[in-house]
Design a protein around this ligand. Structure first.
Ligand code: MN
Length: 466
C-alpha cells in the first residue's frame, strides 16, 4: 500500500511536526552560464519543490512550528519584470494558491528574521547560500554534507518524509518512466552503423522535450560504456559495438527517472556480448527479486556481485568460488560501482544530505575498491524508490593496473580479460549496464520502468529496427 497522496500543505504540516524551531527554506535563483543575464533554466531546490507547487525563483519560506504558520517570501512585482518576463500573480493570489498563512516581499526577509534563531538548508544556488549564511550565522555549504544544514536534525526531519514516496509522487515517476521509455526506444530503433552518438542523444532529449521534460542528468549515450559517466557523444556507431544509454526524464514538478539499457549495433550481440548481457540481466533480476521491506540494500548489492562473479567464472574470466571472489573484491574489477541509489526529486535522491541519511545506524562505507561507491546501505522500507543497476565493463585502466594484477592474480584471468580490450576490430568490448527504477512495496518490488524493453531478444529486435 503506497502512502496516500499528501497535499503540499499536508507535507508542510508533517514536516513542522518534526521541527523544534523555525526553518527557512529557499527555492534558489537563476544560475548564470556565461554572463549574468544568460542563465541556466531555473530549477528549484528539491525540498522546496516537495513542499510548494511550481515555486517561483528567488522565493523563500519560513515554517514556524511554534505558531503553526507558513510564510512565503516572494520578489516584489515590478513593471520591469512584467515587461521582460510577463506579469506575475499578486501576493494575494499566491497566498490563496499555496494555502499559506502570509506572503511578504522577500526584500523584507532580513528585517522579518532579525534576532530570531532559525534553521536553514544550503542549496545549489551559491548566491542564495551566501544570504542564508548571513541570516543564520552558520557556515552553510551545499558541497559539504556536514554543513548542508544548520543542524543535522533538519536533514533527518526532511529525509523522513522525502524518502517515503506518496501516491502522487509515484504517479509522477510513472509518467516520467513512460517518457523515458519513448526516449530509449527511439534511440534503440535508430542505432545502425554510421550513425553518430550525438544524433541518438538528440532523439533521446527530443523525446523528453516533446513531453515537457528535461534530462534529469547529463545523458550518457556511448559505445564507450566502460567510461561510467561518459557525457561526450562524439563516436560513430560500428557494427559489433554496444550502445550504452543511461538517460532519464525529469518533469516540471522535478520528479525523474534514471534508466540504463545496452544494445548491439548490427546483427544482434556478438557471442561475448550475449554472455555478458545475460549475466548482467540475471544479476539485475536477482537483485530486484530480493527487494522487500527490511532487506538491507548492501545485500541487494551483494546479490548482483555474486551473480556477476559466478557468470564471469563460467566465462573463464575469473577463478574460484563466487563468495570468495566477492569477499576479496575481485568482482569489482568488472563491476566497479554500487548497485544503485535513492531516486525521486534528485536523481540521487537526497544525496546532498550525505551518508548520515544513506548509511544510517552507524553503518559506514566499505573501503574496498568498487563497493566503496555504493551510495546507500539502508534497510528498505515500503514506499522507497531507488535504482538497481549492475553492470560489467572492460576498463583498460583497471585491467592494466599492476596493483590489481598482483592483488588478484589467482582470481582473475587477466590474459583472457585483455582479449576483451581488443575485440570488435580493436575498439574493445566497452560495457553493459541495465538499470531500472524500483519501488519497495509491502511484499516485494514494483519496477516502475518495467515496460522499457530489456530481455535480450527484445533489445536485439528493436536495435536498428528504425
Ligand atoms: Mn542511476
Amino acid at each position: 500500500m503506497v502512502r496516500p497522496a499528501m497535499s503540499f500543505s499536508a507535507r508542510r504540516s508533517a514536516l513542522m511536526k518534526s521541527l523544534d524551531r523555525p526553518l527557512l527554506l529557499f527555492s534558489g535563483g537563476f544560475i548564470s552560464r556565461n554572463y549574468p543575464a544568460n542563465s541556466y533554466p531555473f530549477r528549484a531546490d528539491s525540498t522546496f519543490l516537495y513542499l510548494f507547487e511550481s515555486p517561483e525563483p528567488n522565493s523563500a519560506a519560513l515554517l514556524d512550528p511554534a505558531e503553526g504558520t507558513v510564510t512565503l517570501f516572494l520578489p516584489e512585482r515590478t513593471i520591469d519584470d512584467a515587461l521582460w518576463h510577463g506579469a506575475q500573480p499578486s501576493f494575494a493570489d499566491e497566498r490563496a494558491r499555496h494555502g499559506v498563512s502570509a506572503v511578504l516581499p522577500i526584500e523584507e526577509l532580513e528585517k522579518q528574521l532579525e534576532g530570531r534563531s532559525i534553521d536553514s538548508l544550503a542549496i545549489a544556488d551559491r548566491r542564495t547560500n551566501a544570504r542564508m549564511r548571513a541570516l543564520t550565522n552558520t557556515p552553510l555549504d551545499f558541497d559539504d554534507p556536514n554543513q548542508v544544514a544548520t543542524r543535522p536534525a533538519v536533514l533527518d526531519a526532511i529525509a523522513k518524509l522525502r524518502l517515503i514516496k506518496d501516491a502522487d509522487e509515484i504517479a509522477q515517476m510513472r509518467r516520467t518512466a513512460a517518457v523515458t521509455k519513448e526516449a530509449h526506444e527511439s534511440a534503440m530503433r535508430a542505432s545502425v552503423a554510421g550513425v553518430k552518438e550525438e544524433f541518438l542523444a538528440g532523439l533521446v532529449e527530443g523525446a523528453f522535450a516533446r513531453h515537457g521534460c528535461v534530462p534529469a542528468y547529463g545523458t550518457i549515450l556511448s559505445v564507450r560504456g566502460e567510461v561510467l559517466h561518459n557525457h561526450a557523444h562524439t563516436h560513430t556507431l560500428h557494427n559489433g559495438d554496444i550502445v550504452l544509454l543511461d538517460a532519464g526524464a525529469e518533469n516540471a514538478s522535478g520528479y525523474c527517472s534514471d534508466v540504463t539499457r545496452s544494445w548491439p549495433v548490427g546483427d544482434g550481440f556478438t557471442p561475448e556480448g550475449r554472455d555478458v548481457y545475460d549475466i548482467v540481466l540475471k544479476a539485475q533480476e536477482a537483485s530486484i527479486a530480493m527487494v522487500r521491506p527490511g532487506v538491507r540494500y548492501r545485500e541487494v548489492h551483494r546479490k548482483s556481485s555474486l551473480v556477476i562473479a559466478e557468470g564471469l567464472v563460467a566465462m573463464g574470466l575469473m577463478r574460484g568460488a563466487p563468495e570468495a571472489l566477492v569477499e576479496s573484491g575481485a568482482h569489482a574489477l568488472f563491476f566497479p560501482h554500487g548497485v544503485g541509489h535513492q531516486l525521486g526529486l534528485d536523481v540521487h535522491d537526497l544525496e546532498a544530505f550525505g551518508d548520515r541519511i544513506h548509511y544510517p545506524n552507524g553503518r559506514t562505507r566499505s573501503t574496498q575498491f568498487g563497493t566503496q561507491y555504493l551510495r546507500m546501505d539502508m534497510d528498505l522500507v515500503e514506499g522507497m524508490t531507488f535504482t538497481i543497476e549492475p553492470g560489467i565493463y572492460f576498463v583498460p585502466a583497471i585491467l592494466h593496473s599492476p596493483k590489481f594484477r598482483e592483488q588478484f592474480k589467482g582470481q582473475v584471468d587477466f590474459e583472457r580479460a585483455e582479449n576483451f580490450l581488443t575485440l570488435n576490430s580493436g575498439r574493445g568490448f566497452g560495457g553493459i549496464r541495465i538499470e531500472d527504477d524500483v519501488m519497495c512495496t509491502g511484499i516485494g518490488a514494483e519496477v516502475l520502468t518495467a515496460l522499457i524493453p530489456k530481455k535480450r531478444d527484445a533489445v536485439e529486435a528493436l536495435a536498428g529496427a528504425a
